[in-house]
Write a protein that binds this ligand. Structure first.
Ligand code: RP5
Length: 218
């Protein structure tokens, strides 16, 4: 028996798939994770390096869509759900099966533990929609990337949901020049930062650099 809290999500996803909303009103990227305990890795946050949320929202100007009937102003958007492959397989199935019809163009799926099945099962069900798997822990890597021939998934290294978001944006950018420009700007800013740090390290010398940079970070 599927509990109401899960069934209502399944119903909402299936209803949304029938709506045929225009592409600019639906989420471009879907983020799913096996548990809300994965959120710090998938989104970033306190004491964690930045994650997919930071890459999309802070670096690339995406907004999170939380209401299908009221799309954010931003042209590029993403949605976020918890779907446990083992505890809520029906929800995982409904999410992946409806993703394309709901306008999602690429999915980022993360799970932890040794049986991190959400990314690979989502990839199988949502095929041919591209799915980027995020092993939330080191011990999840084999489980996420170990797909049989003919059942593809793209994956990042353990915990690297930030890069998963950049990969998702790269896929979308093939159709959207505006997003391509944002990716290029992001990369240029990274390069500028490396150049500035290198010059400061060289010109301040190691002790001076440590004084200037490490104290700033403390
Ligand atoms: C996996 O089990 C989830 O992706 C999570 O990483 C791990 C533990 O889940 P919780 O017990 O914290 O919900 O399915």
């Amino acid at each position: 028996m599927t509990p109401d809290s899960v069934q209502s999500l399944i119903d909402q996803l299936r209803e949304e798939a029938e709506m045929d909303r225009p592409n600019d009103l639906t989420p471009d990227v879907g983020i799913v994770m096996g548990s809300d305990s994965d959120l710090a890795t998938m989104a970033g946050g306190k004491g964690k390096r930045p994650g997919a949320y930071a890459a999309l929202a802070d670096e690339l100007g995406f907004e999170e869509q939380t209401d299908y009937a009221d799309a954010p102003d931003a042209r590029f958007t993403f949605e976020t759900f918890v779907c446990s492959a083992h505890r809520t397989p029906e929800l995982m199935y409904a999410y992946a099966e409806t993703a394309a019809d709901r306008g999602v163009d690429v999915i980022i799926a993360g799970a932890g533990g040794k049986s991190a099945d959400l990314p690979n099962m989502t990839a199988s069900i949502a095929y041919p929609l591209p799915v980027i798997g995020v092993p939330v822990q080191e011990k999840s890597v084999d489980s996420v990337i170990g797909m049989p021939q003919g059942a593809p998934i793209t994956a990042v290294d353990a915990g690297k949901s930030f890069n998963a978001a950049l990969s998702a944006a790269q896929i979308l950018a093939r159709q959207h020049d505006e997003l391509r420009d944002r990716l290029v700007s992001y990369h240029e800013a990274l390069q500028t930062e490396v150049g500035e740090v290198s010059r400061d390290l060289h010109e301040l010398g190691t002790p001076g650099f440590k004084d200037a940079y490490w104290e700033r970070e403390e």
